[in-house]
Design a protein around this ligand. Structure first.
Ligand SMILES: Cc1ncc(COP(=O)(O)O)c(C=O)c1O
Length: 373
């Protein structure tokens, strides 16, 4: 937030800032989604839907799981939520009751960790590194296991590292957790943005797995605030009751707009964008390779690169501040994502045009030639 506030102040003074700190696609929502949203407004679709969400949208998501991912997800298992953020709140509200510990990786997406704290959860943040692609594996979960662990949360592809957990590894963790009366929450918000393999999902594959997803990233709908949760059937009525009492329902026009997400024309657009993200990732990784920064794991998904700056700085927060002041390049310091080696890491988001990313890399290179920070 400090970096963002400083960016805004510098822009107000006329400085040209190259944004590589922003965790949302630079593309607007695809046109068919816009058209569907506008049509919904013209048809006066402005009332509440049921808390669980528009039946047509739940049916479309269920069909997508079955057709594209071979996952046995029924429409009844899906709750439409205000973004993945709404879904995580719903699941935490239910899951973090009897037991109070959430196990997550460090580094991790900070909001999920912070929201769990709102529910008075104890956070067990387990240090992960390049040895395990910055992901929690079964070994680490078992090594840190104790009886108060209500849930393990894994984001795949991950923010901030872009690394992906294998489906069989996630299922092995889920099976271990089932034997302990605990659950696995998988944040699949970057699921569609996979550059290494066909995207997969663990939704519906075990009765102790909750999957969080959203139209924000792959479908470019951040501002519409629309996502979903796939929960095991036994939990649906409780989650529905929490939804009825907390946010009542997700945005109705956004739900109608999202109905267009699974149309062939929309999928063609978002797939083209995925290829553009992949080209940007390749460009950035190649450029960073020529600099004394180290990318320990080539990201396989999302739109982030987690780079080690230890060779040029002992304090990545100071590095980010100095880089911004001197060159106008904005990146996120590792301390946003945890404590494990955070002072050695920065996160680049390639949510900017190829031309701007190239310019950013040039400015970074000149900065480092000048001694960096
Ligand atoms: C890993 C992860 N999960 C969840 C979210 C929340 O997304 P939204 O609420 O926009 O769907 C984000 C946003 O950056 C994220 O990076």
């Amino acid at each position: 937030m400090d970096i963002l506030a400083r960016c805004k102040a510098m822009e107000a003074q006329g400085r040209d800032i190259i944004h590589m700190e922003i965790g949302e696609p630079d593309f607007p929502a695809p046109q068919p989604i816009m058209d569907a949203g506008l049509a919904a407004l013209h048809q006066r679709q402005t009332h509440y839907t049921s808390a669980q969400g528009l039946p047509e949208l739940r049916a479309a998501i269920s069909q997508d799981y079955q057709q594209r991912f071979n996952c046995p997800v029924e429409a009844e298992q899906i709750l439409i939520t205000p973004g993945a953020s709404g879904a995580i709140q719903l699941v935490f509200a239910y899951v973090l009751q009897a037991r109070k510990t959430l196990m997550i990786s460090d580094p991790t997406y900070p909001c999920n960790r912070n929201v769990a704290q709102l529910f008075n959860a104890q956070i067990d943040a387990i240090a992960v590194d390049e040895q395990t692609d910055f992901q929690l594996g079964l070994e680490a979960v078992k090594a840190h296991w104790h009886e108060d662990v209500a849930a393990v949360l894994i984001a795949s592809p991950s923010n901030p590292t872009g690394t992906v957990s294998k489906q069989q590894d996630l299922l092995a963790i889920a099976d271990f957790l089932a034997s302990q009366g605990s659950v696995l929450i998988v944040d699949e918000i970057y699921q569609g943005l996979n550059y290494a393999s066909a995207p997969s999902s663990v939704a519906g594959l075990r009765d102790n797995i909750f999957v969080i997803n959203s139209f924000s990233k792959y479908f470019g709908m951040t501002g519409w605030r629309i996502g979903w949760c796939v929960a095991p059937p036994a939990y649906i009525s409780s989650l529905d009751a929490i939804a009825q009492n907390t946010y009542l329902a997700s945005s109705t026009p956004a739900q109608y707009a999202a109905l267009a997400a699974f149309q062939q024309d929309t999928l063609a657009i978002v797939e083209q964008r995925r290829v553009i993200f992949q080209q940007r990732r390749d460009l950035m990784c190649a450029a960073l390779n020529d600099l004394p920064l180290h990318v320990p794991c080539i990201p396989q998904g999302a739109f982030y690169i987690y780079a080690n700056v230890a060779a040029v700085s002992a304090d990545s927060f100071h590095f980010c501040q100095q880089l911004l002041e001197d060159t106008g390049v904005a990146v996120t310091p590792g301390c946003d994502f945890g404590q494990q080696q955070a002072h050695h890491y920065i996160r680049f988001a390639y949510t900017n045009s190829e031309q701007r990313l190239r310019e950013g890399m040039e400015r970074l290179s000149v900065f480092l030639e000048g001694g960096g920070s």
